[in-house]
Design a protein. Structure first.
Length: 450
Protein backbone atom coordinates (compact mmCIF):
# COMPACT_ATOMS: atom_id res chain seq x y z
CA UNK A 1 0.00 0.00 0.00
CA UNK A 2 2.83 2.37 0.85
CA UNK A 3 4.60 1.48 -2.43
CA UNK A 4 1.43 2.29 -4.48
CA UNK A 5 1.03 5.68 -2.72
CA UNK A 6 4.69 6.48 -3.41
CA UNK A 7 4.30 5.89 -7.17
CA UNK A 8 1.08 7.93 -7.32
CA UNK A 9 2.86 10.85 -5.63
CA UNK A 10 5.84 10.50 -8.05
CA UNK A 11 3.56 10.55 -11.14
CA UNK A 12 1.74 13.62 -9.84
CA UNK A 13 5.03 15.53 -9.37
CA UNK A 14 6.23 14.55 -12.88
CA UNK A 15 2.88 15.61 -14.40
CA UNK A 16 3.03 19.00 -12.71
CA UNK A 17 6.61 19.49 -14.02
CA UNK A 18 5.61 18.56 -17.57
CA UNK A 19 2.61 20.96 -17.65
CA UNK A 20 4.48 23.82 -16.00
CA UNK A 21 4.52 27.01 -18.22
CA UNK A 22 7.48 29.43 -18.29
CA UNK A 23 6.93 33.18 -18.37
CA UNK A 24 8.35 35.68 -20.87
CA UNK A 25 11.28 37.57 -19.35
CA UNK A 26 12.38 39.67 -22.37
CA UNK A 27 11.48 40.49 -25.99
CA UNK A 28 14.11 41.73 -28.44
CA UNK A 29 13.99 42.58 -32.16
CA UNK A 30 16.69 42.28 -34.82
CA UNK A 31 16.78 43.44 -38.45
CA UNK A 32 14.48 46.43 -38.10
CA UNK A 33 15.62 49.64 -39.81
CA UNK A 34 12.46 51.75 -39.99
CA UNK A 35 10.06 50.45 -37.37
CA UNK A 36 10.78 50.65 -33.66
CA UNK A 37 11.54 47.57 -31.58
CA UNK A 38 8.88 48.59 -29.05
CA UNK A 39 6.28 48.91 -31.80
CA UNK A 40 7.15 45.50 -33.23
CA UNK A 41 7.03 43.89 -29.78
CA UNK A 42 3.62 45.48 -29.13
CA UNK A 43 2.29 44.35 -32.54
CA UNK A 44 3.37 40.76 -31.74
CA UNK A 45 0.87 40.66 -28.89
CA UNK A 46 3.45 39.25 -26.44
CA UNK A 47 3.77 40.78 -22.99
CA UNK A 48 6.42 40.41 -20.35
CA UNK A 49 5.41 38.18 -17.46
CA UNK A 50 2.82 36.26 -19.45
CA UNK A 51 3.19 32.54 -20.22
CA UNK A 52 5.02 31.53 -23.39
CA UNK A 53 5.62 28.41 -25.42
CA UNK A 54 6.03 27.39 -29.06
CA UNK A 55 2.34 27.79 -29.84
CA UNK A 56 2.29 31.28 -28.28
CA UNK A 57 5.37 32.36 -30.22
CA UNK A 58 4.03 30.92 -33.50
CA UNK A 59 0.88 32.98 -33.04
CA UNK A 60 2.95 36.12 -32.35
CA UNK A 61 4.96 35.58 -35.54
CA UNK A 62 1.75 35.13 -37.54
CA UNK A 63 0.33 38.36 -36.10
CA UNK A 64 3.41 40.28 -37.24
CA UNK A 65 3.23 38.82 -40.75
CA UNK A 66 -0.49 39.68 -40.90
CA UNK A 67 0.27 43.38 -40.36
CA UNK A 68 1.69 43.62 -43.88
CA UNK A 69 4.76 45.52 -42.65
CA UNK A 70 7.15 42.57 -43.00
CA UNK A 71 8.41 40.37 -45.79
CA UNK A 72 9.68 37.74 -43.34
CA UNK A 73 9.49 37.15 -39.58
CA UNK A 74 11.37 34.48 -37.62
CA UNK A 75 11.82 33.94 -33.89
CA UNK A 76 13.90 32.03 -31.41
CA UNK A 77 13.65 31.64 -27.65
CA UNK A 78 15.79 30.30 -24.85
CA UNK A 79 15.80 30.07 -21.10
CA UNK A 80 16.49 33.45 -19.57
CA UNK A 81 19.67 33.82 -17.56
CA UNK A 82 19.92 35.03 -13.95
CA UNK A 83 23.04 36.56 -12.58
CA UNK A 84 26.33 34.67 -12.97
CA UNK A 85 24.93 32.82 -15.99
CA UNK A 86 22.38 30.79 -14.03
CA UNK A 87 19.20 29.86 -15.89
CA UNK A 88 15.86 31.26 -14.70
CA UNK A 89 12.39 29.81 -15.13
CA UNK A 90 11.52 32.26 -17.98
CA UNK A 91 12.12 32.84 -21.70
CA UNK A 92 14.12 35.38 -23.67
CA UNK A 93 12.30 35.79 -27.02
CA UNK A 94 13.97 37.34 -30.09
CA UNK A 95 12.29 38.24 -33.39
CA UNK A 96 14.28 38.64 -36.59
CA UNK A 97 12.37 40.69 -39.18
CA UNK A 98 12.76 41.95 -42.73
CA UNK A 99 10.63 45.04 -43.28
CA UNK A 100 8.60 45.99 -46.33
CA UNK A 101 10.26 48.94 -48.06
CA UNK A 102 9.68 51.70 -48.89
CA UNK A 103 6.93 53.20 -46.78
CA UNK A 104 4.64 55.84 -48.26
CA UNK A 105 2.91 58.95 -46.87
CA UNK A 106 -0.87 59.00 -46.45
CA UNK A 107 -3.22 61.40 -48.25
CA UNK A 108 -7.01 61.75 -48.10
CA UNK A 109 -9.36 63.18 -50.70
CA UNK A 110 -13.09 63.97 -50.50
CA UNK A 111 -13.40 62.60 -46.95
CA UNK A 112 -14.72 64.68 -44.02
CA UNK A 113 -11.54 64.20 -42.00
CA UNK A 114 -8.09 65.78 -42.02
CA UNK A 115 -4.77 63.95 -42.50
CA UNK A 116 -3.79 65.03 -38.97
CA UNK A 117 -6.89 63.37 -37.52
CA UNK A 118 -6.21 60.19 -39.48
CA UNK A 119 -2.58 60.08 -38.37
CA UNK A 120 -3.53 60.47 -34.71
CA UNK A 121 -6.21 57.77 -35.03
CA UNK A 122 -3.93 55.28 -36.75
CA UNK A 123 -1.11 55.81 -34.23
CA UNK A 124 -3.56 54.95 -31.46
CA UNK A 125 -4.80 51.85 -33.32
CA UNK A 126 -1.55 50.54 -34.78
CA UNK A 127 1.74 50.40 -32.82
CA UNK A 128 3.67 50.09 -36.11
CA UNK A 129 2.22 53.24 -37.72
CA UNK A 130 4.61 56.20 -37.86
CA UNK A 131 2.95 58.35 -40.53
CA UNK A 132 3.87 56.07 -43.45
CA UNK A 133 2.66 52.66 -44.55
CA UNK A 134 3.72 49.91 -46.99
CA UNK A 135 2.03 50.02 -50.38
CA UNK A 136 0.62 46.48 -50.13
CA UNK A 137 -3.09 45.93 -50.73
CA UNK A 138 -3.22 44.17 -47.37
CA UNK A 139 -2.20 47.33 -45.53
CA UNK A 140 -4.29 49.61 -47.76
CA UNK A 141 -7.41 47.55 -47.01
CA UNK A 142 -6.78 47.44 -43.27
CA UNK A 143 -6.07 51.17 -43.13
CA UNK A 144 -9.30 51.81 -45.06
CA UNK A 145 -11.27 49.91 -42.42
CA UNK A 146 -9.58 51.87 -39.64
CA UNK A 147 -10.43 55.17 -41.36
CA UNK A 148 -14.04 53.98 -41.66
CA UNK A 149 -14.06 53.47 -37.89
CA UNK A 150 -12.81 57.03 -37.45
CA UNK A 151 -15.52 58.41 -39.73
CA UNK A 152 -18.18 56.43 -37.88
CA UNK A 153 -16.95 57.85 -34.56
CA UNK A 154 -17.45 61.36 -36.02
CA UNK A 155 -20.97 60.53 -37.25
CA UNK A 156 -19.86 60.53 -40.90
CA UNK A 157 -20.15 56.85 -41.83
CA UNK A 158 -18.72 56.06 -45.26
CA UNK A 159 -16.93 53.30 -47.09
CA UNK A 160 -13.29 54.04 -47.88
CA UNK A 161 -10.90 52.67 -50.49
CA UNK A 162 -7.14 53.09 -50.61
CA UNK A 163 -4.75 52.90 -53.57
CA UNK A 164 -1.22 53.91 -54.49
CA UNK A 165 -1.03 57.06 -56.59
CA UNK A 166 1.93 58.58 -58.44
CA UNK A 167 2.15 62.28 -57.57
CA UNK A 168 5.40 62.98 -59.44
CA UNK A 169 8.22 61.01 -61.00
CA UNK A 170 9.57 58.53 -58.45
CA UNK A 171 7.12 59.77 -55.79
CA UNK A 172 4.03 57.90 -54.62
CA UNK A 173 1.49 58.24 -51.85
CA UNK A 174 -1.20 56.04 -50.31
CA UNK A 175 -4.43 57.90 -51.11
CA UNK A 176 -7.74 57.18 -49.40
CA UNK A 177 -11.02 58.28 -50.98
CA UNK A 178 -14.72 57.36 -50.86
CA UNK A 179 -15.17 53.79 -52.08
CA UNK A 180 -17.82 54.81 -54.61
CA UNK A 181 -15.24 57.00 -56.32
CA UNK A 182 -14.65 60.71 -56.66
CA UNK A 183 -17.15 63.07 -58.29
CA UNK A 184 -16.29 64.19 -61.82
CA UNK A 185 -15.89 67.81 -62.86
CA UNK A 186 -18.89 68.89 -64.94
CA UNK A 187 -18.44 72.67 -65.18
CA UNK A 188 -15.90 75.28 -64.10
CA UNK A 189 -16.68 78.95 -63.55
CA UNK A 190 -14.44 81.85 -62.58
CA UNK A 191 -14.82 85.01 -60.57
CA UNK A 192 -12.52 88.03 -60.24
CA UNK A 193 -10.86 87.76 -63.67
CA UNK A 194 -10.50 90.96 -65.69
CA UNK A 195 -7.30 90.55 -67.71
CA UNK A 196 -8.30 87.17 -69.17
CA UNK A 197 -11.76 86.47 -70.54
CA UNK A 198 -14.00 83.70 -69.21
CA UNK A 199 -13.90 81.85 -72.53
CA UNK A 200 -10.07 81.74 -72.52
CA UNK A 201 -10.04 80.44 -68.96
CA UNK A 202 -12.68 77.79 -69.64
CA UNK A 203 -11.00 76.65 -72.85
CA UNK A 204 -7.68 76.30 -71.00
CA UNK A 205 -9.17 74.19 -68.23
CA UNK A 206 -11.68 72.19 -70.31
CA UNK A 207 -9.41 69.56 -71.85
CA UNK A 208 -7.67 68.67 -68.59
CA UNK A 209 -10.48 69.03 -66.03
CA UNK A 210 -13.89 68.26 -67.49
CA UNK A 211 -14.96 64.70 -66.78
CA UNK A 212 -11.99 64.11 -64.49
CA UNK A 213 -12.31 62.98 -60.84
CA UNK A 214 -12.28 66.02 -58.56
CA UNK A 215 -10.04 66.52 -55.57
CA UNK A 216 -9.09 69.98 -54.40
CA UNK A 217 -5.35 69.29 -54.44
CA UNK A 218 -5.35 67.86 -57.98
CA UNK A 219 -7.62 70.63 -59.27
CA UNK A 220 -5.32 73.30 -57.85
CA UNK A 221 -2.44 71.67 -59.73
CA UNK A 222 -4.46 71.99 -62.93
CA UNK A 223 -5.08 75.66 -62.20
CA UNK A 224 -1.37 76.23 -61.64
CA UNK A 225 -0.42 74.44 -64.84
CA UNK A 226 -3.14 75.72 -67.16
CA UNK A 227 -4.40 79.07 -65.89
CA UNK A 228 -1.23 80.61 -64.51
CA UNK A 229 0.40 80.28 -67.93
CA UNK A 230 -2.34 82.46 -69.43
CA UNK A 231 -1.63 85.19 -66.91
CA UNK A 232 2.15 84.95 -67.09
CA UNK A 233 1.81 85.51 -70.82
CA UNK A 234 0.62 89.00 -69.91
CA UNK A 235 2.96 89.63 -67.00
CA UNK A 236 0.63 88.75 -64.11
CA UNK A 237 3.15 86.98 -61.91
CA UNK A 238 1.23 86.89 -58.63
CA UNK A 239 -2.10 85.46 -59.78
CA UNK A 240 -3.63 83.28 -57.07
CA UNK A 241 -6.67 81.09 -56.65
CA UNK A 242 -8.76 81.51 -53.53
CA UNK A 243 -11.56 79.38 -52.21
CA UNK A 244 -12.85 76.59 -54.43
CA UNK A 245 -16.59 75.97 -54.13
CA UNK A 246 -18.21 72.78 -55.42
CA UNK A 247 -21.93 72.13 -56.00
CA UNK A 248 -23.76 69.19 -57.64
CA UNK A 249 -24.50 69.77 -61.30
CA UNK A 250 -28.25 69.90 -62.02
CA UNK A 251 -28.07 68.31 -65.46
CA UNK A 252 -25.39 65.61 -65.35
CA UNK A 253 -23.80 63.46 -62.71
CA UNK A 254 -20.87 65.51 -61.45
CA UNK A 255 -19.98 68.73 -59.71
CA UNK A 256 -19.55 72.36 -60.71
CA UNK A 257 -16.37 74.05 -59.47
CA UNK A 258 -16.30 77.79 -58.84
CA UNK A 259 -12.87 79.44 -58.73
CA UNK A 260 -12.11 82.84 -57.22
CA UNK A 261 -9.13 84.50 -58.95
CA UNK A 262 -6.95 87.29 -57.62
CA UNK A 263 -4.97 88.57 -60.60
CA UNK A 264 -2.53 90.95 -58.94
CA UNK A 265 -0.43 93.54 -60.83
CA UNK A 266 1.49 93.24 -64.10
CA UNK A 267 5.29 92.91 -64.02
CA UNK A 268 7.89 94.16 -66.47
CA UNK A 269 10.88 92.23 -67.78
CA UNK A 270 14.06 93.10 -65.91
CA UNK A 271 17.47 91.58 -66.56
CA UNK A 272 17.98 88.58 -68.85
CA UNK A 273 21.02 86.41 -68.21
CA UNK A 274 22.44 82.90 -68.12
CA UNK A 275 23.14 80.66 -65.13
CA UNK A 276 24.41 77.17 -64.65
CA UNK A 277 27.16 75.15 -66.35
CA UNK A 278 27.22 77.34 -69.49
CA UNK A 279 27.28 80.70 -67.75
CA UNK A 280 30.74 81.37 -69.23
CA UNK A 281 29.11 81.20 -72.69
CA UNK A 282 26.40 83.75 -71.87
CA UNK A 283 26.95 85.86 -75.00
CA UNK A 284 26.56 82.84 -77.27
CA UNK A 285 23.50 81.55 -75.40
CA UNK A 286 21.74 84.93 -75.43
CA UNK A 287 22.55 85.39 -79.12
CA UNK A 288 20.82 82.15 -80.11
CA UNK A 289 18.00 82.73 -77.58
CA UNK A 290 16.95 85.92 -79.41
CA UNK A 291 14.86 87.17 -76.48
CA UNK A 292 12.71 89.91 -78.01
CA UNK A 293 12.49 93.37 -76.51
CA UNK A 294 9.42 93.66 -74.34
CA UNK A 295 8.01 95.89 -71.66
CA UNK A 296 5.54 93.60 -69.90
CA UNK A 297 7.15 90.21 -69.37
CA UNK A 298 5.75 87.50 -71.64
CA UNK A 299 6.65 83.94 -70.63
CA UNK A 300 5.36 82.51 -73.90
CA UNK A 301 8.17 84.39 -75.64
CA UNK A 302 10.66 83.29 -72.98
CA UNK A 303 9.68 79.65 -73.41
CA UNK A 304 10.27 80.04 -77.16
CA UNK A 305 13.72 81.39 -76.33
CA UNK A 306 14.38 78.27 -74.26
CA UNK A 307 13.44 76.12 -77.26
CA UNK A 308 15.75 78.06 -79.56
CA UNK A 309 18.67 77.53 -77.18
CA UNK A 310 17.89 73.82 -76.93
CA UNK A 311 17.72 73.49 -80.71
CA UNK A 312 21.01 75.36 -81.15
CA UNK A 313 22.73 73.10 -78.62
CA UNK A 314 21.46 70.02 -80.48
CA UNK A 315 23.03 71.35 -83.65
CA UNK A 316 26.32 71.63 -81.74
CA UNK A 317 26.20 67.96 -80.72
CA UNK A 318 24.49 68.29 -77.34
CA UNK A 319 21.69 65.84 -78.08
CA UNK A 320 20.61 65.49 -74.44
CA UNK A 321 20.46 69.23 -73.80
CA UNK A 322 17.71 70.64 -71.59
CA UNK A 323 17.03 74.31 -70.93
CA UNK A 324 15.07 75.70 -68.00
CA UNK A 325 14.56 79.22 -66.72
CA UNK A 326 15.02 80.72 -63.29
CA UNK A 327 12.95 83.75 -62.41
CA UNK A 328 13.58 86.34 -59.76
CA UNK A 329 10.55 88.48 -58.97
CA UNK A 330 11.06 91.94 -57.49
CA UNK A 331 7.73 92.95 -55.96
CA UNK A 332 8.98 96.41 -55.05
CA UNK A 333 10.07 97.29 -58.60
CA UNK A 334 7.42 95.00 -60.13
CA UNK A 335 9.99 93.42 -62.43
CA UNK A 336 11.05 89.87 -63.25
CA UNK A 337 14.69 88.98 -63.89
CA UNK A 338 14.96 85.87 -66.06
CA UNK A 339 17.97 83.55 -66.27
CA UNK A 340 18.27 80.82 -68.88
CA UNK A 341 19.81 77.64 -67.43
CA UNK A 342 21.13 75.31 -70.17
CA UNK A 343 22.19 71.79 -69.13
CA UNK A 344 24.04 70.59 -72.24
CA UNK A 345 25.01 67.09 -71.19
CA UNK A 346 27.72 65.26 -73.19
CA UNK A 347 28.71 66.43 -76.65
CA UNK A 348 28.17 63.80 -79.35
CA UNK A 349 30.45 63.50 -82.37
CA UNK A 350 29.87 62.11 -85.85
CA UNK A 351 31.23 58.63 -86.56
CA UNK A 352 30.69 57.20 -90.03
CA UNK A 353 28.23 57.45 -92.91
CA UNK A 354 26.68 54.35 -94.47
CA UNK A 355 24.72 54.51 -97.75
CA UNK A 356 22.14 51.97 -98.88
CA UNK A 357 20.41 51.67 -102.25
CA UNK A 358 22.99 53.50 -104.38
CA UNK A 359 25.51 52.47 -107.03
CA UNK A 360 29.19 53.29 -106.66
CA UNK A 361 29.07 56.51 -108.71
CA UNK A 362 26.02 57.79 -106.85
CA UNK A 363 27.61 56.90 -103.49
CA UNK A 364 30.65 58.96 -104.37
CA UNK A 365 28.45 61.90 -105.34
CA UNK A 366 26.44 61.75 -102.10
CA UNK A 367 29.54 61.44 -99.94
CA UNK A 368 30.94 64.48 -101.72
CA UNK A 369 27.86 66.49 -100.77
CA UNK A 370 27.92 65.32 -97.10
CA UNK A 371 29.79 68.00 -95.16
CA UNK A 372 30.17 66.52 -91.66
CA UNK A 373 33.52 64.87 -90.98
CA UNK A 374 34.31 62.06 -88.55
CA UNK A 375 34.99 63.55 -85.12
CA UNK A 376 33.00 66.74 -85.79
CA UNK A 377 30.27 67.70 -83.31
CA UNK A 378 27.18 65.85 -84.46
CA UNK A 379 24.56 68.32 -85.82
CA UNK A 380 21.30 66.82 -84.60
CA UNK A 381 18.97 67.65 -87.50
CA UNK A 382 21.49 67.64 -90.34
CA UNK A 383 20.90 64.04 -91.58
CA UNK A 384 17.15 64.59 -91.98
CA UNK A 385 17.79 67.94 -93.65
CA UNK A 386 20.34 66.36 -96.01
CA UNK A 387 18.00 63.51 -97.04
CA UNK A 388 15.16 65.94 -97.63
CA UNK A 389 17.27 68.20 -99.83
CA UNK A 390 18.54 65.27 -101.91
CA UNK A 391 14.95 64.24 -102.59
CA UNK A 392 13.46 67.71 -103.12
CA UNK A 393 16.30 69.02 -105.30
CA UNK A 394 15.99 66.08 -107.71
CA UNK A 395 19.56 64.86 -107.78
CA UNK A 396 18.43 61.40 -108.97
CA UNK A 397 15.81 60.12 -111.35
CA UNK A 398 13.41 57.49 -110.04
CA UNK A 399 14.04 58.35 -106.40
CA UNK A 400 11.07 57.24 -104.34
CA UNK A 401 12.35 58.17 -100.90
CA UNK A 402 15.48 59.17 -99.04
CA UNK A 403 15.62 58.77 -95.29
CA UNK A 404 18.22 59.14 -92.56
CA UNK A 405 18.62 56.89 -89.53
CA UNK A 406 21.05 57.93 -86.78
CA UNK A 407 22.62 55.23 -84.58
CA UNK A 408 23.41 56.84 -81.24
CA UNK A 409 25.90 55.18 -78.89
CA UNK A 410 25.14 56.49 -75.39
CA UNK A 411 28.41 55.13 -74.00
CA UNK A 412 30.88 56.52 -76.53
CA UNK A 413 28.69 59.51 -77.52
CA UNK A 414 29.35 58.77 -81.17
CA UNK A 415 26.58 58.86 -83.81
CA UNK A 416 26.76 56.85 -87.02
CA UNK A 417 24.26 57.65 -89.78
CA UNK A 418 22.66 55.41 -92.38
CA UNK A 419 21.14 57.06 -95.48
CA UNK A 420 18.71 54.80 -97.33
CA UNK A 421 17.59 55.59 -100.90
CA UNK A 422 14.55 53.81 -102.36
CA UNK A 423 14.16 53.27 -106.14
CA UNK A 424 10.75 54.13 -107.62
CA UNK A 425 10.46 53.59 -111.42
CA UNK A 426 8.78 56.43 -113.28
CA UNK A 427 9.50 59.03 -110.60
CA UNK A 428 11.66 61.57 -112.44
CA UNK A 429 11.97 64.87 -110.55
CA UNK A 430 14.24 67.32 -112.31
CA UNK A 431 17.31 68.80 -110.76
CA UNK A 432 17.18 72.60 -110.67
CA UNK A 433 19.00 74.17 -113.61
CA UNK A 434 22.35 75.76 -113.08
CA UNK A 435 22.52 79.52 -113.64
CA UNK A 436 22.45 80.22 -117.39
CA UNK A 437 21.22 76.73 -118.25
CA UNK A 438 17.84 75.98 -119.82
CA UNK A 439 16.03 73.62 -117.51
CA UNK A 440 14.33 71.98 -120.48
CA UNK A 441 17.74 70.99 -121.89
CA UNK A 442 19.09 69.65 -118.58
CA UNK A 443 19.77 65.91 -118.52
CA UNK A 444 20.05 63.61 -115.51
CA UNK A 445 21.57 60.28 -114.83
CA UNK A 446 18.90 57.65 -114.01
CA UNK A 447 18.71 56.61 -110.38
CA UNK A 448 20.91 53.49 -110.05
CA UNK A 449 19.13 50.24 -109.30
CA UNK A 450 20.21 48.13 -106.36
Amino acid sequence: MRRISFYLLLFAVIGRAQTRTFLIDSITVEGNRILTANGIAAASGLKLGEPGDTAVFDAARDRLLATGYFETVAYRFKAAEKGSGAKSSGYDVSFEVQEMQPLYPIAVEALPVTPAEINAWLKAKDPLFSGRIPGTQQVLDRTSREIEELLASKNHPAQVAGKMVSVSPQRFEARFTPAEGLPNVALVSFEGNKAVRDTELQNAIADVAFGQPYTESSFRLLLDNQIKALYEKSGYMRVSFGKLTTTPNTQVKGIDVHVVITEGPQYKLGAVGVRGPMEDQSKHILRVAKVPSMGIVNFDELRNADLRVKQALRQEGYLDAEVSADRQINDEKMTVDVYLVPHPGPQYTFGKLELKGLGLDAEAAVKGMWTVKTGDPYPGDYPDYFAKRVKEDGYFDNLGDARAEPHINPDTHVVDVTLTFVYAPGNRPKKPAEPGQDSNQQQQEPFPRY
